[in-house]
Design a protein around this ligand. Structure first.
Ligand code: AMP
Length: 213
């Protein structure tokens, strides 16, 4: 099962993608996580990506597409995967479709987690990320057991640079201009599924499971 998660930054698609990956036994592939791991490890890719990410801009397509095409060709992805944060532009979606078509495959579902902008801005200001393992939490909706300490690894929690309010506004604008057109793109392919992302995250997950079966 090959699944794409769509939705504005902060719509909760990462949280849902992780749960889908767990339930269906497929890898969760997050381009944001891949870039953050590269930044942490000080790679060339990380250095290039950081300048865009810190401004809330998209990393150029040419730095993203090959990375994802290689990743989905790996052994653990042979029964499917859930892509989180990719594609984010029409050229990225076309590149993915073209790479899959070469091996006679296609995306099965594009799940759009719908949340209005007002809710997004409120949510993002409460997001916290672990500096050590990258785990994400929310002070209100998904709090850690101990304040500011990661449940998974004991690392310190911070508000990521790209979750700062000014950056969030840029990210939303970028989302509307460059990523939202994908809703129409996958709708035309007949694989778009919409879920209400404003409800409790367990209910969002149940709605997704109803779709995936
Ligand atoms: P995310 O964790 O998915 O919200 O991604 C964080 C940041 O990484 C984004 O704001 C972009 O700067 C960059 N990024 C992640 N995925 C992509 C992508 N598919 N295309 C371009 N930039 C991306």
């Amino acid at each position: 099962m090959k699944i794409i998660m769509l939705g504005a930054p902060g719509a909760g698609k990462g949280t849902q993608a992780k749960r889908i990956a767990e339930k269906y036994g497929i890898p969760h592939i997050s381009t944001g996580d891949i870039f953050r791991a590269n930044i942490k490890n000080g790679t060339e890719l990380g250095k290039k990506a950081k300048t865009y990410m810190d401004q809330g801009a998209l990393v150029p397509d040419e730095l993203v597409v090959d990375l994802v095409v290689d990743r989905v060709a790996q052994e653990d992805a042979k029964n499917g995967y859930v892509l989180d944060g990719f594609p984010r532009t029409i050229p990225q979606a076309e590149a993915l479709d073209a790479a899959l078509a070469k091996i006679n495959e296609k995306v099965d579902y594009a799940i759009n987690v719908e949340v209005p902008d007002e809710n997004i801005i409120h949510r993002m200001s409460g997001r916290r990320a672990c500096v050590s393992c990258g785990g994400t939490y929310h002070i209100q909706y998904n709090p850690t057991k101990q304040e500011n300490i990661c449940d998974a690894c004991g690392g310190k929690l911070i508000l990521r640079d790209d979750d700062q309010p000014e950056t969030v506004k840029n990210r939303l604008q970028v989302y509307h201009e460059q990523t939202q057109p994908l809703i129409d793109y996958y709708s035309k392919q007949g694989i778009l599924k919409e879920v209400d992302g404003t409800v409790d995250m367990n209910d969002v997950f149940h709605a997704i499971v109803e779709i995936l079966g």
